[in-house]
Design a protein around this ligand. Structure first.
Ligand SMILES: [Fe+2]
Length: 517
């Protein structure tokens, strides 16, 4: 051994002897003081007093019958005190005395030894109990170590789950950057599905998969061209074919890393139907994941009740009637539909609003909308842009009335037959350009803001929206009528103009309906 090294002797085990009989006390101390550190107390009170100091004994040899407090009471107080509760107690009894062993063991004693004390027996018992205690301590340390490791692993799993959630959130934002409606739809479908799932008794673990799967169920739409993805109005056959690729595209995005995941089932199967009428694979009942069965119902319900620039929101009752009818036809799982009905009695999923905070989103969105809402071959926004602005509350101050001017033409059919569709379009365009110049002049002269007076294409005609003063609108309409009549006369068509005033807060879509019906 190096001279600088200090030998560390192993800690001696500590034994405390508690006995009111001095001879027994001394005798036991004599037997044990070689291999162990021994302390002795002549009464229960003295023992408890000594136990206030460190180091605590590993074993207490405790006489049962003592004046003051007896051994059983001392043992009880030891167990009641967390600092002392782990000390092993061996009772010392007198052979032939009536000692309630059961009571002693119930109080937590590990053993008992009968007087007169036999040296070998005492040393062996103490040695064995110390060994047991060491094993127990080792076991406790191992359990504590393993528990710490487990806690650490759980923390790591929690962290990974959190990271995974961020990942899905990021994917939602990717969707939002392409089409904010798809992202909002995904978010609502997730909330509706979790509501249904919870009512159906789906486990918490599956609910997590369900929620995350919903966030990305339409992720394949990122690959769908704008002309289809953002198309206002009804799809034709080809649009539908293109759109129906989205579950497969989404499935392919996820299949590599989530090959066994039920999330993949949600992406691939949310447009399947239990009767085999869905897409992309026409799967039937048993082949469709129960989680996908929930999502398919939530997906349809959200699509029906949501407001979009190209469609009006549908009332809950009407949407549920449609879904119920489809369930009766065997498309949806009845129990899922029942849960949807119950969940939406006093909860409206439209209260869930997607809050997108992507940098430059406003600029990008404005540009995209311009393209989206521009009428083909025309320089004017179509009327859907007006609905969109209203939808976003960007248009009408709620505290003022507004006007709509409708401009249509009769006799276009004849012009079509005579000059062809292209020429007819050019005529309508020319009329639109001239009329819009009048609108812009009016806006400039009256110092109106852009959203106070707007000009839109609607079908083969035009629409003017304004919340400027009524006399300004009447005068503008007269100017327009004069101009349009003159232009129309040239081509043998007749202009039809009407102006309607709407009260403050009147729903724009309903106003349009009354103007055009
Ligand atoms: Fe979808």
């Amino acid at each position: 051994m190096d001279n600088n090294e200090t030998a560390v002797s192993p800690r001696k085990d500590h034994i405390m002897i508690v006995d009111d009989d001095p001879i027994t006390r001394r005798l036991m101390a004599l037997h044990l003081s070689g291999p162990y550190e021994v302390a002795a107390a002549a009464s229960g009170f003295e023992a408890l007093e000594l136990l206030r100091d460190d180091p605590l004994p590993d074993i207490i040899l405790l006489d049962v019958i003592m004046p003051g407090i007896d051994g059983l009471e001392v043992c009880r107080r030891l167990r009641d005190n967390p600092r002392w509760a782990d000390i092993s107690v061996i009772f010392i009894t007198i052979l032939g005395d009536e000692f309630d062993e059961k009571k002693g063991l119930e109080l937590g004693a590990v053993d008992y030894i009968a007087k007169p004390i036999k040296r070998d027996l005492l040393c062996l018992r103490v040695k064995n109990h110390l060994r047991l205690k060491r094993l127990q301590n080792d076991l406790h340390s191992m359990v504590a170590r393993k528990s710490a490791e487990l806690t650490n692993s759980l923390r790591q799993i929690e962290h990974k789950n959190l990271e995974l959630n961020y990942l899905f959130e990021s994917m939602s934002k990717i969707q939002a950057s392409r089409d904010c409606y798809t992202a909002e739809h995904a978010m609502r479908v997730a909330v509706i599905s979790v509501h249904i799932g919870r009512r159906l008794g789906v486990s918490e673990q599956e609910l997590k998969i369900l929620e995350q799967g919903c966030y990305v169920h339409d992720i394949g739409k990122v690959a769908i061209p704008d002309d289809v993805l953002l198309k206002p109005g009804r799809f034709d056959k080809q649009d539908r074919q293109i759109m129906e690729y989205h579950p497969l595209i989404g499935g392919q995005i996820f299949s590599r890393h989530f090959a066994e995941s039920r999330m993949l089932n949600i992406i691939l199967q949310h447009h399947e139907r239990l009767d085999g009428s869905g897409y992309p694979h026409g799967l039937e009942e048993a082949a469709i994941d129960p989680l996908a069965r929930i999502v398919m119902v939530a997906d349809v319900y959200e699509a029906l009740i949501a407001r979009r620039p190209y469609k009006q929101p549908m009332k809950r009752d009407k949407a549920l009637t449609i879904i119920n009818n489809d369930a009766e036809r065997g498309m949806f799982d009845d129990s899922v539909v029942d849960c949807l009905i119950q969940e939406t009695v006093d909860w409206d999923p439209l209260t869930v609003i997607f809050d997108s905070s992507i940098p430059y989103q406003d600029v990008l969105e404005k540009f995209r909308q311009k393209t989206y809402f521009r009428e083909p071959l025309s320089e004017f926004f179509n009327y859907r842009y007006l609905i969109f602005l209203d939808d976003r509350r960007l248009l009408i101050p709620t505290d003022t009335h507004y006007h709509l001017i409708r401009l249509d033409f009769s006799g276009l059919k004849m012009v079509n037959q005579r000059l062809g569709y292209i020429k007819t379009d050019q005529i309508i365009d020319t009329i639109g350009i001239q009329t819009n110049m009048l609108v812009e002049t009016c806006r400039g002269q009256k110092k109106l803001g852009e959203s106070e007076l707007m000009f839109f294409r609607k079908g083969a005609g035009y629409l003017i929206y304004s919340h400027a003063a009524e006399n300004i609108l009447e005068s503008l309409m007269n100017d327009c009528r004069w101009l349009v009549e003159e232009l129309c006369e040239e081509y043998g068509i007749t202009p039809l103009m009407s102006l309607m005033k709407f009260d403050k807060g009147q729903d724009l879509a309903m106003a349009l309906e009354s103007l055009y019906n």
